[in-house]
Structure formats: C-alpha cells, structure tokens
Ligand binder design. Structure first.
Ligand code: UDX
Length: 449
C-alpha cells in the first residue's frame, strides 16, 4: 500500500487496523522504528505518510469513504477444529467482510489481498450480497476481485516496483479495469494478467507450492551430493543453465521458512483432500515433510560431528531470521535447529543483525540464560551482539541465515577465539570455506561432498 501511495500521488491510501499499538508504531516519527524491517520501506513511508498515506484505527470511517477496500488480514493455519493443521483460518477475513458489508457506502470494490483458499471469494460475495439486499434500494453495491501479492520479504519494495506480473481475478470488467489502472501508474500493461476469480486465488497457492517444491528438490540433491562427492552449487549451475529450469531458487540451505510456503502448501493439501484428490494431496504434503527432515538432519549432523555430544558446548549461531534482509523469524528453520540443539544441552550464542532478542525468546519458548549462568547441564541460549562475541570460546559456528556480512568474515581472527578442534557448519554455503580451513577450522558445507 505504501508503494501504491508512492506511485499514485492522486490516490489517498488509508491503512486501518484494530491494533492501536501497531498503528501507533506505523505513525512513529522515527522512521527507523517502523514495526517491519524491509530495505527501502522507511524511505517510501517517509515520502508519503501524511500526504496520501495514512495509518489509523478509524476502521468504519475509512471503509465508508473508500472506493476500494483491500482485505489484507492474516490467514494462519487452523490450530483446532475442522481442518486443523492444514486449512486456513478465515475468521478475520469473514469478520472484515462483515465490517465492510456494514460500513460501505455507494459502490465499493473489495479486493482479496490475503492469500486465501480457492473459492473464498464466494464467501465474501455472499456476505457482501446479504448486506446489499438489506440496504435501501441502490444504496450499496460491491464487486469482488482477487489480487494476490507475490512480493518476497527482504526485496518487497523492488518486487513491487518491478513485478514479474500483477494478477487480477474477477468477473466485473469495470472493477478489474479500475484496479489495473492503479497498477498501470508504474506497471507495463502486458504484465497485468486478468483471470477469473478462482484461477487467481489458485495461482497464488500454486506459485508458492512450486517455489517451495524447488527448495525441497535442491535440498534433497544437496544430501545426495554430500554422500557422493558431488557439489550442489555445481549441479545447480549446470541445471540452472537449462532455460526450461532457470537459475533462481536453487540454493540449498536449512529448508524453507517464512510465513507463506508451509501454510500455503498445507492449504493446497487440504483443498486436494476436500475434493477427493488424495494422491495430489499426498504429493504436495511430501514437500513439507521433506523440509522438516532437512532441518532435523542439520541438527543431528552438528551433534554427530562434535563427537556425538554438544552438552555444555558453546555453539555460535549466525542468523535467526528465515532469510537475509528481514527481521521476520516466522517458521524460520533456525527455530527447529536451535530447539534440537538446546535439547541436546548446547549453549547457543545467537547473533542476528535484525531479529529481536525478545522474538527469539518467544520462538524458542524459553528465556535467555542470565549472565553468569554459563554452561549449564541443560541447554541455554543468549544473544551475542556481534560475530566476535558469538564465537568466543565456541566449539562451532553454525551459519543459518545468508546475511551478506557473513560472507565476508575474517576467519583468521575468528578461529583464534574458538576452542579447538573447532568447526564451521555453513548451512547456506556462503562463507569463504577455504579461508576458514586455512585458519584451522574443520568445515562442513551444505551440499558439498
Ligand atoms: C515467498 C514467495 O517468494 C513470494 O512470492 C510470496 O509472495 C511470499 O512467499 P518469502 O517467504 O518472503 O516469499 O521469501 P522467499 O525468498 O521466497 O524465501 C522463502 C524461504 O526459502 C526462505 O527461508 C529462504 O531462505 C528459502 N530459500 C529461498 C532457499 O532455501 N533457497 C533458495 O534458493 C531460495
């Protein structure tokens, strides 16, 4: 929405949320304190806020005056009841649709921006239609569109400014044109794809499922490379040169994380099952199961290499966010890997340039050890403010996130601070392994045989 405001100065964009603290944070005069860290975002917000970008808790008023309403609430996986563990929880979508139905005036275009199961638009239309029928003749009407978002975190602003495609699904040509016109301020019309509602909803789930599947595929090959003496980077380069495959999204690592992939695939699995397509459901489920295996494999491997025990050992963990250039830790592979190492009694010194210590504590479901508690019987963890502090006296360094600063570490200086024999586990294959070996470290790299 900030990018829309930036590119369309003539459009007033109002972001509303019931959470007053969250809205206050978006209105913080200090732009470095915005609640989401995303390269370039603070600049965009700084340019537009107060001009044509507004953050407020006045939900009803904003709906009443809007020509277009984007439903952008979260749709997490249900934790209980029918479809628990797989289906999306649509309670916030339904509540938002009801609020729009109650407060809208005149003709309102309602855009599904949240990632939703196929045919959710049907539910939204029904809720809106009921209020339309109740209202005074001709006083309100609605058109529903699906406009899924394909941006990735860490590159959100550039992804939005130069999208591969913008997808608009719907039935009302006027509504589709109105939304296409907004994107048309900066997106080439050829890149604006128009589909029916259901294709648009399904395309979003499918794109994420294919991307996640690709990561599970390369991670499976990485394990085979390690066993056979091949190198996954060389294999990725060789297959990526095939224009049918393409070179992106072929980096082996600790498994995919983030708020979308797992949730969306499970959603797809649930839909397949719902329509009696058990084999299709099973096929996609494997992508998620394999991803969990990859995370467990990394933790087991670290323990095995460190003489079968990490109890009382200090391990430096570099990176906790699910990918570089974000402070987001949702579904981060680091959570499972750190959890398994804590179970084994390790003391983890975690350093991430952006992830908040409080968030790490929530994710690991235990507080950091108090100063002086040191190497306890049971596992413990602490935050290290920099890499040097993290590796001090450590038996191993484990690189879990591909932050660019981890590519250029001074291994001579770091190795001298560690307890020998010391290991580098490069789970992203981004460090200078030769330099680390030359500095006396034993090195394991994902996908390197
Ligand atoms: C994803 C989709 O890319 C985006 O289109 C959609 O809108 C939301 O979900 P995001 O989760 O922000 O975006 O990040 P992405 O770059 O896709 O990475 C997801 C995970 O895959 C990360 O944990 C990342 O480290 C991992 N990954 C990605 C790999 O392990 N290897 C790769 O080659 C690429």
């Amino acid at each position: 929405m900030a990018v829309i405001a930036d590119r369309c100065p003539g459009i007033q964009v109002t972001l509303v949320d019931l959470n007053a603290a969250r809205i206050a944070a978006w209105n913080d005069p200090n732009l470095s304190r915005l609640p989401v860290y995303e390269p370039g975002l603070a600049d965009v917000v700084g340019r537009c806020r107060g001009r044509n970008l507004h953050f407020t808790t006045e939900v009803d008023g904003a709906i009443a005056s809007a020509d277009m309403v984007f439903l952008s609430v979260n749709t997490p996986t249900k934790t209980r009841g029918l479809g628990a563990g797989q289906a999306s929880d649509l309670r916030w979508i339904e509540a938002s649709a009801r609020q729009v139905a109650a407060q809208a005036t005149g003709h309102t275009i309602v855009v599904e921006k949240s990632t939703l199961p196929v045919r959710t638009a049907e539910t939204i239309k029904e809720i809106l239609g009921a209020s339309q029928a109740l209202g005074t003749e001709g006083s309100k009407s609605f058109s529903v569109l699906s406009n899924p978002e394909f941006l990735a975190e860490g590159t959100a602003i550039t992804d939005l400014e130069n999208p591969d495609r913008v997808l608009i699904g719907g039935e009302d040509p006027d509504a589709i044109n109105a939304l296409a016109e907004i994107y048309g301020h900066w997106v080439n019309p050829e890149r604006i794809l128009r589909t029916n509602l259901w294709s648009s909803e399904l395309s979003k789930l499918t794109a994420n499922a294919f991307l996640a599947q690709r990561i599970s595929s390369i991670n499976a090959i990485a394990a085979l490379c390690e066993a056979t003496g091949a190198d996954v980077k060389e294999v990725a380069r060789a297959i990526g040169a095939d224009s049918r495959l393409g070179s992106k999204f072929l980096s082996a690592g600790p498994g995919f994380g983030g708020s979308c992939f797992r949730k969306d695939i499970l959603n797809l699995v649930y839909l397949c099952r719902h329509y009696g397509l058990e084999e299709a459901a099973h096929y996609w489920e494997q992508v998620v199961d394999f991803n969990s295996w990859q995370q467990q494999r990394i933790a087991r491997l670290v323990v095995r290499k460190l003489f079968g025990t990490v109890s009382g050992k200090r391990l430096a963990v570099l990176g906790f966010a699910f990918k570089a250039d974000t402070n987001d830790t949702r579904e981060s592979p680091a959570i499972g890997i750190c959890h398994d190492l804590l179970e084994e009694g390790a003391h983890l010194a975690i350093h991430d340039p952006k992830a908040a210590p409080q968030q790490i504590a929530t994710d690991l479901a235990c507080p950091p050890s108090s100063p002086g508690q040191g190497l306890a019987e049971l596992g413990s963890w602490d935050v290290a403010t920099d890499v040097r502090e993290a590796v001090e006296g450590a038996d191993a360094v484990i690189v879990l996130t591909e932050w660019s600063q981890f590519r250029r570490l001074d291994w001579n200086s770091l190795a001298s601070r560690m307890r020998r024999p010391a290991w580098l586990f490069d789970v992203r294959a981004i460090t200078d392994a030769e330099a680390a070996r030359a500095a006396g470290l034993k090195v394991w790299r994902v996908g390197e045989g």
